[in-house]
Design a protein around this ligand. Sequence first.
Ligand code: HEM
Ligand SMILES: *[C@@H]1O[C@H](CO)[C@@H](O)[C@H](O)[C@H]1NC(C)=O
Ligand SMILES: *[C@@H]1O[C@H](CO)[C@@H](O)[C@H](O)[C@H]1NC(C)=O
Length: 502
Amino acid sequence: MLAVLGSLAAALWAGLHLRTLLLGAFVFLFFVDFLKRRRPKNYPPGPPNLPFFGNFFQLDFQQPQQAFQRLVNKYGNIFSMEIGPFHCVIVTGLPLIKEVLSNPDHGVVNRPIIPLQERVFKKNGLVMSNGQEWKEQRRFALMTLKNFGLGKKSLEERIQEEAHYLVEAIQEEEGQPFDTHFKINNAVSNIICSITFGERFEYGDAQFQELLRLLDEILHLQAGVSCHFYNIIPSIMNFLPGSHQTVIKNWDKLKLFVSRVIDDHKKDWNPDEPRDFIDAYLTEMTKYTDNTNSSFHEENLVCSTLDLFLAGTETTSTTLRWALLYMALNPEIQEKVQAEIDKVLGQSQQPSMANRDQMPYTNAVIHEVQRMGNIVPMNLPREVAFDTTVAGYYLPKGTTIITNLTALHRDPKEWATPDTFNPEHFLENGQFKKREAFLPFSIGKRVCLGEQLARVELFIFFTSLLQKFTFKPPASEKLSLDFRLGIIFSPVSHRICAVPRV
Ligand code: HEM
Ligand SMILES: *[C@@H]1O[C@H](CO)[C@@H](O)[C@H](O)[C@H]1NC(C)=O
Ligand SMILES: *[C@@H]1O[C@H](CO)[C@@H](O)[C@H](O)[C@H]1NC(C)=O
């Protein structure tokens, strides 16, 4: 690993030598950076850092967990690190994480501006925007999601219908081993697509599969070294080859796709009958035509739509794939879920949210999948909006806050068997029990905007699949719980058998 970093650094230096002028600038930056990097009084403790690169070389991209654990052991539940231009504070442990994320007094409500994100989204959209703009976009998106859920064809019905298609598509595999990624991703994405674009895509649609592939590639590559370098020295990395260029290219393709869909919508748009998120947004834009200061403009439409598509696809789909994997690896748990399904629904009744209260075991299993799957291990980064004090430490405006959700989901003080799949974590006397140390959607003002939607999707898709199939490891392949590094932690590529139950 160090060799890779070393050679990258060497390549960078070589590039700089060719441009002596730049070298001078670099030295100057070193100096400015040194002044900037002095830690304010009462700032959380942390490892000593190099000028310009900060603690970059202390990041271990192969085994980040172990490397960080050493720092937690040394510095405690709140410590600082300099990662490129970011002054990061890493927070661990239950009372502190909740306090930081949800106490409005601390103002941990912004997102840091990450160069790669900025290159694509400027400051638009839902996930990476800040201030008034974020407030307006978030409020509108929440309201619109709700409106389309309460419309004629409720969201729940759409999900039930899609679950039905998914079951049919999996039936075609006839119990033979297959990679779940492609069909589940498509089915889940169809839900957010029908809300935003007003249409779902057939599982065989080649163009849509290509979009999903671009998305998957982005999430994977964005956690890589080359993108990290881009975020530290964007102006130089812009001219160098590497996977950051692929990421940028993929983003541009996705944006182009969304722009085309928007153009199509404009052709037959009827303000009185909004069909989907895009239609509703076009209507909202007309309210502000005389006010150039509004955040409802076309660029934001593209970015917010893309954000919903991105955040609404891989997250739920990855969680479902973990669920099937855990079922295949824990047949006795799978049997109990199926027994509950048979008791409450039988084989013919479609699952709906109204059944969830009668199905505490199934509900507990889904929660346990989210705890163990832990797909957003470090949460999304936040940024402090104004100077504040947390746990006695001073955090100036602009400090990046990283909350360690893994530590919460695997805390031996909170969970009876932290590293083992065990639905009993969410059960008490046969009833479902909420747990405070369970925060896969985060908490506070920036909490996942799609939490409600995701919960409905997870329950209906998971229950529908287990109603119709028993998931088993292929006879000659071993299933693994290893994860693929990325912005979202997903299972490594694998195949599974879906044996029809009747
Ligand atoms: C199992 C599924 C999901 C998980 C585990 C998940 C998790 C998360 C997490 C951890 C955050 C960061 C919150 C924070 O900064 O405190 C987030 C943000 C977000 N999620 Fe989800 N999410 C899921 C599904 C969805 C779905 C289906 C949508 C689609 C509507 C969605 C849309 C968003 C958006 C737009 C944000 C940004 C919110 C903001 O910055 O204000 N998510 N999600
Ligand atoms: C987060 O917590 C896990 C589990 O305690 C630990 O292994 C990991 O090193 C921690 N990461 C950071 C960045 O603190
Ligand atoms: C509009 O202008 C006001 C005053 O200049 C400013 O406070 C606000 O943030 C702006 N809104 C947007 C969405 O940019």
